[in-house]
Design a binder for this molecule. Structure first.
Ligand SMILES: NC(=O)c1ccc[n+]([C@@H]2O[C@H](COP(=O)([O-])OP(=O)(O)OC[C@H]3O[C@@H](n4cnc5c(N)ncnc54)[C@H](OP(=O)(O)O)[C@@H]3O)[C@@H](O)[C@H]2O)c1
Length: 218
């Protein structure tokens, strides 16, 4: 049976390209995001390339429902070889003193807690693989603190602490866990943060996804 990957945030941007490239390499991709149109576009691209995927329209802000994912994947595949925790949100840019606590909570719920829940539910499946890989998509903002980025920066710093602690816990097993910083990439999120920037001057999502796969999943 081919390798099985769960990619979150696969409806556009880096996650879309990562899912497509993994599928082109023969991996059965389980593609998760909320936007069905984006997932269907991915499905078309994967099938046109002769690959296989399962679409999972799913809102990672739906809290403990995420924890039902592991059993569903176990029933269908029996294991998980690759987890790409890529879905994320910017949450807007505001002076720290004006950050809306409910928006802060949503940013943390998606960028951090959803990944904890994915780890909780996918850990037995990843350990069932003979070469499990989990990679969580972080940002330079996890370490580089600039005005107006408090919620996003704090969430990515927390994500790194979560993922790298998990990495240490599994370091004597075949499962390898890491974080990946994409750097500037031409996506919807980047355009939201830097609306005046010409996306043609940036690396494409396809280039960034290729780097993620080469560095962590090959
Ligand atoms: N682009 C950059 O320059 C850059 C730089 C550093 C780090 N990053 C990181 O790279 C990752 C991918 O970002 P991107 O630039 O590709 O952004 P993007 O184009 O905005 O894509 C974000 C993805 O996350 C999904 N998502 C958002 N909310 C979700 C939810 N509640 N449930 C499920 N999925 C959800 C979106 O799908 P739906 O809206 O369909 O749900 C979409 O597929 C993020 O973690 C981001 O922080 C990006």
């Amino acid at each position: 049976m081919s390798r099985v990957a769960l990619v979150t945030g696969a409806s556009r941007g880096i996650g879309f390209e990562c899912a497509l490239q993994l599928a082109k390499a023969g991996v059965h991709v389980v593609a998760l995001a909320r936007t069905k149109a984006g997932l269907e576009q991915l499905d078309d691209a994967i099938h046109a390339a002769g690959g296989m995927c399962t679409l999972l329209p799913y809102d990672l802000l739906k809290g403990d429902l995420i924890e039902g994912l592991g059993p569903v994947l176990f029933d269908k595949f029996g294991r998980l070889d690759i987890l790409v925790g890529n879905a994320g949100m910017l949450g807007g840019l505001q002076p720290t003193a004006q950050v809306d606590p409910s928006l802060w909570d949503r940013v943390f719920a998606l960028n951090v807690t959803a990944n904890l829940r994915l780890i909780r539910t996918c850990d037995p499946l990843l350990r069932a693989s003979d070469s499990g890989r989990a990679v969580f998509v972080t940002s330079g903002k996890a370490h580089n603190y600039t005005s107006f980025w408090a919620a996003y920066s704090a969430s990515k710093a927390a994500l790194e602490a979560l993922a790298l602690t998990y990495a240490d816990e599994v370091k004597h097993t075949p499962l390898k866990v890491n974080v990946f910083n994409p750097g500037k990439t031409a996506t919807a999120m980047r355009a939201q943060a830097f609306p005046g920037e010409d996306p043609k001057t940036l690396p494409s999502a396809a280039d960034t996804a290729a780097r993620l796969i080469a560095e962590h999943l090959s």
